[in-house]
Structure formats: structure tokens, C-alpha cells
Design a protein around this ligand. Structure first.
Ligand SMILES: Nc1ncnc2c1ncn2[C@@H]1O[C@H](COP(=O)(O)OP(=O)(O)OP(=O)(O)O)[C@@H](O)[C@H]1O
Ligand SMILES: [Mg+2]
Length: 234
């Protein structure tokens, strides 16, 4: 996997530096003849175009992210039942699921208490986590990948009961160094054009908006486990 940090500032900086460098070289008569100058100009424009497209896609994703968060400010906070939401996420992903041969293990007790969380937010949180697991398993060609979801009751440090929901996979996981960065905006290890590094940033924001927390634990080559702590409906 590649380890690259994309962000708008570095992309715009790269576009500016590339164009400026061509301009200076042309002014300094660096090119041997008009053809090499033209070739270099074409190469510079193509490079700038690719970087501008990437910057545009990030800007669009940021716009969507802001709309998503804003739209949901006035959302209700449940009560919501965990199991049907998880089942809907899996149902919606059935086509991708088949092509990935990913199996799902669900350990959510039937009588699990209701959660105080917006249903749409919870679905989006699961969607984004599952999408990452599918992409990670595919990119590393994991032979029999699994996603395991579990729900248990635990307690906060103030001894308030909370829902502990873990979403784990048996994919490639991440190194300790990367683990500390996966929730950062624009952190991605996906090839250029495939990831903006905004999925987990959105997940964290949605979990926080609903009064919860999320953490991740992983060992490279041994999968990853996300633990959500969410308030229970009273
Ligand atoms: N289940 C997972 N297994 C292995 N690595 C993961 C997993 N989930 C996230 N990651 C790592 O965390 C990075 C950040 O994830 P995030 O969802 O924020 O961005 P992305 O998937 O790269 O792009 P985007 O979600 O914006 O399309 C990923 O690029 C990947 O390196
Ligand atoms: Mg993602």
C-alpha cells in the first residue's frame, strides 16, 4: 500500500510550483529549442491538470461532508435498534459483498437495548467502516475475509451504561504508526484517485455528534477493530 497524505494546500502548491518552474526555465532560455520547450510545457500542463482534478474531487467531497454534518445538526437521537440498521447496511452492499467473498459474523443479541443515536448517522457510520474493510481486503487479496460486528453493554468511567459496538475485520490492518493517523482528515493509503482520506474523519464527527466515541486497535496483517461507545436510550 502507498502511504500518501493528500490535501488541498499541497496539491495547489504543487500546481503553482510546476507552472512557476516552467515559466522560469523558459525565461532563462533553459530549453535547447522550441520543440523541447513545447514538450516540457505540455508535460507541465498535463501534470497540473491531474493535480487540479484531484483538488476538485477533494473540494467536492469536503462540500458533501459539510452538507452531511450541517443537515444532521437538528437530527433526533433515536431511540434506534442496532440490528436492523446493520442488516440494512449489509443488504445494500450485497453486490459488492458477493464480488469480495466477504463473510459477515453478527453478534448482536436480539434483545439488545435501544441506542440514543440518529438512525441515518448510524447507517452512514457502518457504511463507511464496511466500505473500508471491503477495500482493504480487496487491495491485499485476503483469501477469506470476514467482518465481525458485536454489541455488548459496558460502563463509562462515571459508571453510566453504554453500548459498546465493535466492527472488526480480518483484513490487512494497519501498522502502529498509521493507526495514529487514520482519523486525520486527508490521511489515505489508497492509490491516487481512489481515496480522499475523509471517510473515518466523517465517522468520528458523526459519532461525536451523537454523543459517542470511537477508537481503533490493529496489528499489521491481523485486521482492525473499531470500538464505538454510544449512549443508550433512556
Ligand atoms: N478496515 C481497514 N483495514 C485497513 N486499513 C484501513 C481500514 N479502514 C481504514 N484504513 C486505513 O485508514 C485510511 C483512512 O481511511 P478513510 O476511510 O478515512 O479514507 P479512505 O478510505 O482512504 O478514503 P475515503 O474514505 O475518503 O474514500 C485508509 O486509507 C486505510 O489506510
Ligand atoms: Mg474510506
Amino acid at each position: 500500500m502507498l502511504d500518501r497524505q493528500h490535501n488541498l494546500v499541497s496539491l495547489l502548491h504543487a500546481i503553482k510550483t510546476g507552472l512557476e518552474s516552467h515559466e522560469h526555465q523558459a525565461e532563462d532560455q533553459y530549453f535547447k529549442n522550441p520543440e523541447t520547450r513545447l514538450d516540457h510545457a505540455e508535460w507541465t500542463v498535463k501534470q497540473a491538470l491531474r493535480q487540479a482534478e484531484k483538488a476538485l474531487s477533494i473540494t467536492k467531497r469536503l462540500g458533501q461532508l459539510m452538507v452531511t454534518l450541517e443537515k444532521k445538526q437538528g437530527c433526533n437521537s433515536g431511540p434506534v435498534s442496532l440490528k436492523p440498521i446493520w442488516e440494512r447496511v449489509i443488504q445494500n452492499l450485497q453486490d459488492k459483498w458477493a464480488s469480495h467473498r466477504m463473510s459477515v459474523v453478527m453478534r448482536i443479541p436480539d434483545e439488545f437495548p435501544l441506542i440514543a443515536c440518529d438512525a441515518g448517522d448510524l447507517e452512514e457510520i457502518f457504511d463507511l467502516l464496511v466500505e473500508n474493510s471491503l477495500q482493504a481486503a480487496e487491495s491485499e487479496e485476503i483469501p477469506c475475509p470476514k467482518i465481525i460486528v458485536r454489541a455488548e453493554i459496558g460502563f463509562s468511567i462515571q459508571e453510566e451504561p453504554l453500548a459498546f459496538v465493535t466492527v472488526a475485520d480480518t483484513g490487512p490492518g494497519v501498522s502502529e504508526k498509521k493507526l495514529g493517523r487514520i482519523f486525520n482528515p486527508f490521511f489515505t493509503t489508497k492509490p491516487e484517485g481512489e481515496g480522499n482520506g475523509l471517510g473515518l474523519y466523517l465517522v468520528k464527527a458523526l459519532v461525536a455528534k451523537n454523543g459517542g466515541t470511537i477508537s481503533a486497535a490493529s496489528f499489521e496483517h491481523c485486521g482492525i477493530t473499531f470500538t464505538l461507545q454510544l449512549p443508550l436510550a433512556s
